[in-house]
Design a protein around this ligand. Sequence first.
Ligand SMILES: Cc1cc2nc3c(=O)[nH]c(=O)nc-3n(C[C@H](O)[C@H](O)[C@H](O)COP(=O)(O)OP(=O)(O)OC[C@H]3O[C@@H](n4cnc5c(N)ncnc54)[C@H](O)[C@@H]3O)c2cc1C
Length: 400
Amino acid sequence: MSDFLSTGTLPDHYEQLAKTVRDFAQSVVAPVAAKHDAEHSFPYEVVAGMADMGLFGLPFPEEYGGMGGDYFALCLALEELGKVDQSVAITLEAGVSLGAMPVYRFGNDAQKQEWLPLLASGKALGAFGLTEAGGGSDAGATKTTAKLDDGHWVINGTKQFITNSGTDITKLVTVTAVTGEREGSGGQERSDSGNRPGKKEISSILVPVPTEGFTAEPAYNKVGWNASDTHPLSFDDVRVPQENLLGEQGRGYANFLRILDEGRIAIAALSVGAAQGCVDECVRYAKERQAFGAAIGTYQAIAFKIARMEARAHAARAAYYDAAALMLSGKPFKKAAAVAKLVSSEAAMDNARDATQVFGGYGFMNEYPVARHYRDSKILEIGEGTTEVQLMLIAREAGL
Ligand SMILES: Cc1cc2nc3c(=O)[nH]c(=O)nc-3n(C[C@H](O)[C@H](O)[C@H](O)COP(=O)(O)OP(=O)(O)OC[C@H]3O[C@@H](n4cnc5c(N)ncnc54)[C@H](O)[C@@H]3O)c2cc1C
């Protein structure tokens, strides 16, 4: 896969996909981005457009209603959408890499047949419920329980900050829950926060929406990603058939960590989009905006700031291309994914801050894209593993 390691030399089918999504982002997403952000409304019409283009099925085989592409194709689409509207990009990212991918990676035939065509069509969204009030980075601290009763799992507990979990088209939430205790001491997989011994057996379970006892509580009032759907969830004696166990009993946590490793490449791609979107806005503005009789881009202080922003985006892109290439060639990619997520989320945040500076007072006005990037980018350093968690993973891979 090294043929796409250098930017600007993508094989034709990837270039074509990126161009198609770029055009869609400019013509359909950009005109309504500020409105949905201001109104905190979910962009159903944009999601329907992405569904029609097949974006939710990009990395899945055609037999499951997918486009027969790969994870890198998804990343390219996320980069293009992330340039223009991070809320739309995270809706696709969470729908595919967190909502549908666990079913594809760990589901049995019946589960894949039941869920993948629906989720790949984009007509329905899936969500991924790992985080709880008491455990985000330390997701092994899960308190939600699932107990077997008469051929059913009975789920009780709460989840926190779950993307795509409360839209009108949400049809599935996959949750981690404690399904028992392991024999003997230890036994819990290493969590992102280290090797915490414990006896919990954590499994993942498919919860169709609606199911009695499942509630998506009122949406959060967030700093950014305002057009993305995020809710706390509660499970009150939710009963689902025993067959809704996803993957092997007791492997739920390990399986979710695998999903997060992949997801970090996708978040990195989205972050690169955000970083590049800031550059593109600044280049245009710096040529137009006049101060002291000249365009501000003619002043080296501004030109160098934008040049540094471009360098960050370029380096971060190379990092996610590298992680994707390793993943697609079946090589270990955990460290590369953590590096990509770390540097690209920082590039997005740094570029958003610099872009706001280049725009001056206008950069502080919510309707400007750079102001939206400024509010949206912070979560990139937090979601799907914080900056500190990426550093832990990289340090661990280095043998520390
Ligand atoms: C908008 C949004 C969408 C989200 N979507 C989803 C979703 O769809 N599904 C889902 O399951 N979750 C989701 N999350 C949750 C997200 O993944 C968590 O917020 C994130 O992993 C951090 O967990 P936390 O919030 O509990 O912070 P904590 O884990 O409490 O961390 C607090 C701080 O302590 C640091 N820290 C923690 N442990 C250590 C350590 N050992 N050493 C050093 N520093 C440490 C962290 O890096 C952080 O700076 C979402 C969150 C948001 C805000």
